[in-house]
Design a protein around this ligand. Structure first.
Ligand code: PEP
Ligand code: MG
Length: 578
């Protein structure tokens, strides 16, 4: 009998293959008290399990294929850092001594205490960190228990083309599964912003998450079809349906190969307009992917990732070296460096920047930088110094008032004076741009355009602030609508303001990388896009098949109709812009 399970498609692609069930569950934890003379040996047993867990993680890091996204190494490094932290590496040893309990039990007690701390904070980002703690603890538990079944499954090379079904997948496990050539992954838990989902997308593994109790419905070895775009897992299919999916899989592979050919072709519309396609990066390690995707440069470098997963803040020299490396690897292509956007879901490790608020409405991004000069000035100086070596632009996140731009200009002048005194070179014409990602800035876009050299629209935040729908809160995901007339109206307003003032404008939110929205955005007047490198070929394909003037005329007609911006969304839903 055919079974269809539906979840959230978090990484596109079709896979067909036999099911492989990986159920971690919680290993059965033995609990016993120790005789006094066995305590030191037990502590030693615990320490060597922690050492073995660290070796496993280091082996994963060493085995990462060249060109793997920097995010992946960062996940594994986070787990390594957790292993080194005293709360995991030393506290269980103290518990063994104090409670005279066995190592597995001590570790469980320590984990429960840590989970309570994370649970008390209602923050999606920290909740993800709680999951990371669970993954690290389970790794040590499995070594202590010598629970080899799952670890063997992950270590053997028997998984080619298999569909992995797991209760929950750690990012480090996904790296191993990728190396073994799995066909797809399905997990009972996790959503589109979980670390594993981000990783599946960047590794190109079709993935469906959030199918609760999936393991109860599927049997080991059963033939499955996973559709990562539809978020479906189908079992028990026979011909002709199975044949249909095989054909779709073949077509998809062919399309991917064809897309690779677009790499070196410019993105020119059918009526001859050049559209600029740039990439978003989080780490300089992502620059290989930028080149492979055929992007024209970096439209958004999220520098806050440089401040995460580490014990101390990066100083000016480290930042300068990092930005300089990016400039030279781009070989003359533009690099847009965004200043620190910490706060909300993005926090520095161990709360080093203590005043960065968890709230998306709080002390974050440029607000934080303007209130902490010691944090901001080294970054401005480092960016200025990097600008001496290539086409660098500076981008300010989360602007709400012109006053913030004026303050940044004053601080930049101060940095320039210092650098001149020190005889350190910089580009005196470094372009200064601002993110338009708060409705206040969108509504005053013309004033911002007059004060800035370029604008970049951050739709991820613009949508959440316009619709009052927290982008991290799964419960209000259905309200987070890029096609809401209010969002479209604000986009048009910003694009018109930029055109009137002759100010370059790009878009770097996720909307820019969604090929389904490319024509709509072209119609609204957007000609510069910045997106994850993996999205560039598909968006380029849509651009080269589009007629810009026709799209712009159709868009104008919709907006001028009685239904205004709603008409645009309606036409989109009817497939007119698909
Ligand atoms: C945005 O808000 O659209 C954006 C690009 O910034 P981030 O996703 O880093 O908040
Ligand atoms: Mg943003």
């Amino acid at each position: 009998m055919a079974v269809a399970l539906l979840g959230t498609g978090v990484s596109r692609g079709i896979a067909i293959g036999p099911a492989r069930l990986l159920q971690r569950g919680r290993p059965e934890i033995p609990r016993y008290r120790l005789a006094a003379h066995r305590i030191e040996a037990e502590i030693e047993r615990f320490r060597s399990a922690v050492g073995a867990a660290a070796s496993e993680l280091r082996a994963i890091l060493d085995d990462l294929p060249a060109g793997t996204s920097g995010d992946i190494a960062a996940f594994v490094e986070t787990h390594l850092l957790m292993l080194r932290d005293a709360t995991l590496s030393a506290a269980p040893g103290d518990l063994i001594r104090r409670e005279r309990c066995n190592a597995e039990w001590a570790l469980e007690m320590q984990q429960d205490a840590l989970v309570k701390v994370f649970d008390a904070v209602e923050d999606d980002y920290l909740r993800t960190r709680r999951d990371d703690v669970a993954h690290v603890v389970t790794r040590i538990q499995q070594i202590l228990l010598d629970d080899t079944a799952r670890r063997q499954a992950l270590a053997t090379h028997q998984e080619r083309d298999r569909i992995i079904l797991a209760d929950d997948l750690a990012p480090s496990e996904l790296v191993l599964l990728h190396k073994q050539g799995v066909g797809a992954v399905v997990a009972e838990h996790g959503g589109p912003v979980s670390h594993a989902a981000i990783l599946a997308r960047s590794l190109g593994i079709p993935a469906v998450f959030g199918i609760h109790h999936a393991l109860q419905f599927i049997e080991e070895g059963e033939m499955l079809v996973v559709d990562g775009a539809a978020g479906s897992v189908l079992a028990g299919l026979e011909d002709p349906e199975l044949r249909l999916y095989r054909t779709r899989r073949r077509e998809e592979r062919r399309r991917r190969v064809a897309l690779r050919r677009l790499r070196d072709r410019p993105a020119i519309t059918r009526d001859g307009f050049t559209i600029e396609l740039f990439a978003n990066i989080e780490m300089p390690g992502d620059l290989d992917a930028v080149r492979k995707a055929g992007a024209g440069g970096v439209g958004l470098y999220r520098t806050e990732f440089l401040y995460m997963n580490r014990a101390s803040l990066p100083d000016e020299e480290e930042q300068y070296a990092t930005y300089l490396d990016a400039v030279s690897r781009l070989e003359g292509a533009p690099l847009t460096i965004r200043t620190l956007d910490l706060g909300a879901d993005k926090q520095a490790a161990d709360g080093q920047v203590l005043s960065a608020s968890d709230s998306p409405l709080g002390m974050r991004a440029i607000r934080l930088c303007l209130s902490e000069r010691d944090l901001f000035l080294p970054q401005l100086r480092a960016i200025l110094r990097a600008s001496a070596h290539g086409p660098v632009s500076l981008l300010i996140p989360m602007l709400t008032s012109i006053d913030e731009v004026l303050q940044v200009r004053m601080l930049l002048d101060e940095c320039r004076r210092q650098l001149r005194r020190q005889r350190l070179p910089f580009d005196s014409g470094l372009p200064l741009g601002g993110m338009i990602e708060v409705p206040a800035a969108a509504l005053c876009a013309e004033e911002f355009a007059r004060e800035l050299d370029f604008l970049s629209i951050g739709t991820n935040d613009l949508i959440q602030y316009t619709l009052a729908a927290d982008r991290m809160d799964e419960a209000v995901n259905h309200l987070y609508d890029p096609l809401h007339p209010a969002v479209l109206k604000l986009l048009r307003l910003v694009l018109d303001a930029a055109a009137r003032t002759d100010t370059p404008v790009s878009m770097c939110g996720e909307m820019a990388g969604d090929p389904a929205l490319t024509r709509l955005l072209l119609g609204l007047g957007l000609t510069r896009f910045s997106m994850p490198p993996t999205a560039v070929p598909e968006v380029k394909r849509v651009v080269t098949g589009s007629h810009l003037r026709q799209l712009q005329e159709a868009t104008a007609a919709c907006i001028e109709s009685s239904q205004g911006f709603r008409a645009l969304a309606l036409r989109f839903n009817e497939g007119e812009w698909g």
